[in-house]
Write a protein that binds this ligand. Structure first.
Ligand SMILES: Nc1ncnc2c1ncn2[C@@H]1O[C@H](COP(=O)(O)OP(=O)(O)OP(=O)(O)O)[C@@H](O)[C@H]1O
Ligand SMILES: [Mg+2]
Length: 265
């Protein structure tokens, strides 16, 4: 395992020596991953490369077998999604967790229902305040869906937008999006890209997982590539050479970079 290095103030997240196995399967082996403040970092890699596993370790959905995670320079143990949220980390997972039988407003507040006034002890929800807050949130983001609509009646794209807007409710520092544009129309995906840019303008640091290299290159400041559970380098987003990205995705780190820390561009 790599020895922990000094924390870097430019990095809001530093994951070092992350290994995660599922029985015989080594999903991640000694991965070092860094997210800079206020950047959009894309995480790319073929199916099964370990992308979702890595971000689940940061989101508190999985515990790594070994490795260190620092957020804002502090070593943290992220045992569950609640602890991730407390650290300002919000996630939209690849397997969209929206409840079709609930309304848009209810989905936005799912798991963090507001309780107010004398009824707090009884856990009575302030439905009106939640509806109002959800409406404001969607309006700010220029997402035109009715907060009272059942999510089952929304399109896939609208569901994705609701799912992303949900992450912004708690004023997060870090937002992780696992395949937010998959299964979306061109227009829906464009809207998600705009939303990512809006979030970056608000000062949020963003991890974007996508198989769509056009979107990756448009959105990302840097691209971290994983190959079969190993880091295959970090490259500059806008100037990245498509062939270089693809060859790292299918073949791993180029020989000349092997043995070094992932290139820090
Ligand atoms: N809960 C699990 N139990 C067993 N194996 C798992 C589990 N989660 C992931 N894996 C395995 O770990 C490896 C990495 O999976 P992961 O989901 O992280 O890949 P990915 O890069 O997100 O792929 P995709 O692009 O298909 O979403 C795969 O071999 C996968 O089968
Ligand atoms: Mg995945």
């Amino acid at each position: 395992m790599t020895q922990p290095t000094q924390s870097d103030a430019d990095h809001i997240v530093e994951m070092e020596g992350i290994t995660k196995t599922f029985g015989e399967v080594v999903a991640l082996r000694d991965v070092t991953f860094e997210l800079r403040r206020n950047e959009v970092l894309a995480l790319a890699g073929d199916n099964g490369a370990g992308k979702s596993t890595l971000i689940k370790c940061l989101a508190g959905a999985l515990r790594p077998d070994s490795g260190t995670i620092r957020v804002d320079g502090e070593v943290v143990e992220i045992r569950n999604p609640r602890q991730a949220k407390e650290l300002g980390i919000e996630t939209t997972f690849q397997d969209l967790a929206v409840a079709g039988n609930l309304t848009v407003a209810q989905n936005i507040f799912l798991g963090r229902e507001e309780v107010t006034g004398p009824n707090t002890m009884l856990g009575v929800l302030d439905k009106r305040a939640m509806r109002e807050r959800a409406r404001e949130l969607l309006e700010d983001l220029e997402i035109r869906v009715d907060v009272d609509e059942k999510v089952a009646n929304l399109s896939g794209g609208e569901r994705q937008l609701v799912s992303i807007s949900r992450t912004l409710l708690s004023d997060p520092k870090i937002v992780i999006m696992d395949e937010p544009t998959s299964a979306l129309s061109v227009e829906g995906a464009e809207r998600v890209l705009e939303l990512i840019s809006q979030m970056q303008n608000q000062g949020i640091s963003i991890i974007l997982i996508s198989h769509n290299l056009d979107y990756v290159q448009r959105a990302a400041d840097r691209i971290h590539i994983l190959h079969q559970g190993h880091s295959a380098g970090v490259i500059d987003g806008p100037t990245a050479d498509r062939d270089d990205i693809v060859s790292r995705m299918v073949g791993g780190m180029p020989d000349e970079e092997r043995g070094e820390r992932p290139a820090d561009v």
